[in-house]
Design a protein around this ligand. Structure first.
Ligand code: AKB
Length: 320
């Protein structure tokens, strides 16, 4: 049995991770949310939920006490592009929020998972097969909060023994809750556009490579890492993980094989393009593979079949 609090449970990762945790564990799997993003439907009905704003340490502590929480998944964050338009808020949520979570975890002896990102890397990092331990000098507020978050999480482990663990997620692709304000979002939007209109305006150049992952693998990564025997971990905050690397041209061609009339035009968004250009083309995730058995199931072809099938069915029913 486990008692888990998910902060940011209605977001892109949270909405699926909460359901996955509820399917795997008995105990209180509490969906933490802010009042403007209340859980709906199955997320609301299948387990307890509570207002938990990550910037409010008292709310976190009270919920941890009430449900006897042993593990916190801290998913609250602004994604990379939107963080550039609201850098102060990105810091308040990303770092202020993490500090609150770590302090509560220290006092109440919880384990903590906080997603990091390929955004920790920058123009000075090796571009291909970017290693686990290398230069992390991002020039975005998102990247600054993620690097600082990794350091702070390691500090809480070394100094206070808080069981902090994390992965550097690449772009996440899902057919459930859409992302908002990320640089990799095009790789989700392209599937919706293919199904809904047969046309896509791509905000990134055709040859812009980045790492990506299908959501079921991402959920598995987070849960597997939190389950593994800590004696196996050399690293903690944070592990490179990846499942595939592609550029807009390649994903367009994969969709066009299945929808021959699909069209793409490139209308570059300079902010997203400059962020994408500063991120790795591909990651080396061998430390995650060796230390806790990371091994993704979904590649681009399987994911494309699944995305188009699921979105196609939902479109026929008028749901998207
Ligand atoms: C973003 O694009 O901001 C995120 C990420 C890769 O961290 N999806």
């Amino acid at each position: 049995m486990k008692n888990i609090l998910i902060i940011g449970s209605t977001g892109q990762i949270g909405s699926e991770l909460t359901m996955e945790l509820r399917s795997r564990y008995t105990g209180n799997i509490v969906a933490g949310y802010i009042p403007s993003a209340k859980p709906q439907g199955r997320l609301l009905e299948s387990g307890p939920s509570a207002v938990v704003d990550v910037t409010n340490a008292q709310q976190i502590a009270e919920t941890v006490d009430k449900y006897n929480i042993d593990t916190i998944y801290n998913l609250a964050a602004l994604l990379s592009a939107v963080a550039e338009s609201k850098p102060q808020l990105a810091w308040t949520i990303g770092m202020g929020g993490l500090f609150n979570v770590l302090e509560v975890a220290r006092e109440k002896k919880c384990a903590v998972f906080t997603p990091s990102s390929i955004g920790v890397f920058g123009n000075n990092s090796p571009k291909n097969k970017t290693p686990q331990d290398t230069i992390r000098q991002p020039r975005t507020m998102y990247g600054v909060t993620k690097v600082s978050g990794e350091l702070l999480s390691d500090y809480y482990f070394i100094r206070f023994g808080v069981d902090t663990r994390s992965v550097r997620f690449p772009g996440l692709i899902s057919n459930v809750t859409p992302p908002g304000g990320g640089t990799t979002d095009y790789a989700v939007d392209i599937y919706y556009s293919a199904i809904k209109t047969g046309k896509f305006e791509c905000p990134l150049g055709a040859d812009t490579y980045m790492d990506m992952m299908y959501m079921p693998d991402a959920l598995n990564a987070a849960i597997t890492l939190m389950e593994v025997d800590p004696a196996r971990l050399v690293h903690r905050n944070s592990f490179n993980v990846t499942a595939m690397s592609f550029c807009p041209k390649i994903i367009y061609e994969a969709i066009k094989k299945r929808i021959p009339d699909f069209e793409i035009t490139y209308i570059i968004d300079p902010l997203r393009q400059s962020i994408a250009d500063s991120w790795p083309d591909s990651l080396d995730d061998s430390c995650a593979r060796n230390e806790w058995g990371w091994n993704p199931y979904w590649d681009m072809e399987k994911m494309t079949d699944d995305m188009l099938t699921i979105l196609g069915e939902r479109h026929k029913k008028g749901l998207i």
